[in-house]
Design a protein around this ligand. Structure first.
Ligand SMILES: CC(=O)SCCNC(=O)CCNC(=O)[C@H](O)C(C)(C)COP(=O)(O)OP(=O)(O)OC[C@H]1O[C@@H](n2cnc3c(N)ncnc32)[C@H](O)[C@@H]1OP(=O)(O)O
Ligand SMILES: O=C([O-])CC(=O)C(=O)O
Length: 376
């Protein structure tokens, strides 16, 4: 039987159970372990949400302080990882740096006993990802072998500190924390599902994460935030953006940062990150122009296609206003989503069965083999 059109790409197909997240569930919306995304984004720190996802409950204050100390203590990189990062070309896509860094760390600090080690491996990667990315970034762009251990207690602060070489202000740290919360988890999205497929073969945590990074890299998934920035920056002002967007739509081009497989009327993360983008734009005329261009694109997409920005769209300008180079946008998504991936890897392992669906065959009927010299 041919696969019906509406399940192409497994759209609408339920592929398993999860207790981690609801996406677009009527009357409930986006929740992580039962907590509404609005509450988490406005009232929690990213480390609280990471703990919630990886350990199952919100931490108490002392658990949170312990957790932050544990993560901060795990930021250092083994020499083998640094050596591997140093040989990667400067024009490597930073997502490939994340993929390679995770893979190399997995050869040095192997996960041989998942039940005993999996939480440690998740925490280690969460702590070490900013270090890997920014060690490689500074070494290949300016030849500096930076010190990757800072005393910042929060991951967002640590990231911005390593990137800019100065301690960030509180507003920037809060913006980063909110962004990391918004990106942390999203049920059976493509990268998480990839991680679960790999996990279900009883492979190791690092392999699942490496595969997930590969899936997140593409512009139909996490890579859309970088493409959205390129689009926004390609216009000189809102009128130019409107004209350009109308041309693109007439050519049936896909507009990155819009649309979603599950959400049909809006992405609940969008108003939150949009408000941050506007706040970070402040009174700076260049930033206000980029923000106004984004708003015009949003308006035209709504009027012309009835489409709304997904979580990636306003992340583009928010990150830009934090002084983050565009090619580092999707790697930040990795740092955040690692917590969701980790939770799903644990959940898959706790009730595992190999994931191996079937396919409807649409190739040629059985035919005679033709020896090579007889083929015309
Ligand atoms: C964090 C995340 O991963 S969020 C997603 C990030 N990805 C992007 O922003 C990339 C742009 N968006 C898209 O490509 C899609 O909306 C996806 C991949 C997110 C979802 O894809 P699907 O669920 O398969 O939607 P599908 O591609 O079937 O779209 C339905 C219709 O809307 C159109 N459409 C969907 N997204 C867009 C878009 N961004 N721009 C223009 N048209 C679009 C499609 O062309 C299609 O039109 P048609 O019915 O005339 O052929
Ligand atoms: O859920 C999806 O399909 C895409 C995703 O990861 C997200 O929106 O955060």
């Amino acid at each position: 039987m041919a696969q019906s059109q509406n399940t192409a790409g497994l759209a609408g197909v339920t592929a398993g159970k999860t207790a981690i997240c609801t996406v677009g569930k009527e009357g409930v919306g986006l929740t992580y372990r039962g907590y509404a995304i609005d509450d988490l984004a406005r009232r929690a720190e990213f480390e609280e949400v990471a703990y919630l996802l990886l350990y199952g409950e919100l931490p108490t204050r002392s658990q949170l302080e312990d957790y932050k100390r544990r993560l901060a203590a795990r930021r250092g990189l083994p020499q083998g990882v640094k050596t591997a990062l140093e040989v990667l070309p400067a024009d490597t896509h930073p997502m490939d740096v994340m993929r390679t860094g995770a893979s190399v760390l997995g050869t040095i600090e192997q996960e041989n006993d998942p039940a005993a080690q999996q939480h440690d491996v998740a925490d280690r990667l969460l702590a070490a990802f900013p270090s890997m990315l920014l060690y490689w970034y500074h070494f290949t762009h300016s030849g500096d072998r930076i010190e990757v251990e800072t005393d910042d207690d929060r991951i967002g602060a640590h990231f911005l500190h390593l990137l800019h070489g100065v301690r960030p202000d509180e507003e920037s740290i809060k913006a980063m924390s909110t962004s990391l919360i918004l990106y942390a988890e999203h049920e059976f999205n493509a990268s998480t599902f990839t991680a679960r497929v790999i996990t279900a073969t009883l492979s190791d945590f690092y392999s699942a994460v490496v595969g997930a990074i590969g899936a997140l890299r593409g512009p139909l998934h996490g890579g859309a935030n970088e493409k959205a920035m390129a689009l926004i920056e390609s216009f000189s002002d809102p009128d130019d953006a409107e004209a350009g967007l109308r041309r693109m739509l007439a050519n049936k081009e896909k507009i990155m940062g819009f649309g979603h497989r599950v959400y049909k009327t809006g992405d609940p993360r969008n108003p939150i990150i949009k408000a941050w983008s506007e706040q970070l734009a402040g009174d700076d005329p260049e930033r206000r122009n980029l923000y106004a261009i984004s708003e015009r694109l949003e308006q035209v997409m709504q009027d012309e296609k009835g489409m709304f920005p997904n979580a990636d769209f306003y992340h583009a300008t928010a990150y830009n206003f934090l002084g983050i180079p565009t090619e580092l946008f999707t790697p930040i998504f990795v740092i955040s989503r690692l917590t969701g991936w980790g939770a799903h890897i644990f959940e898959q392992r706790a009730d595992n069965r190999l994931i191996r669906p079937s396919a409807d065959y649409i190739g040629p009927d059985t035919r005679e083999f033709v020896p090579i010299d007889a083929r015309g």
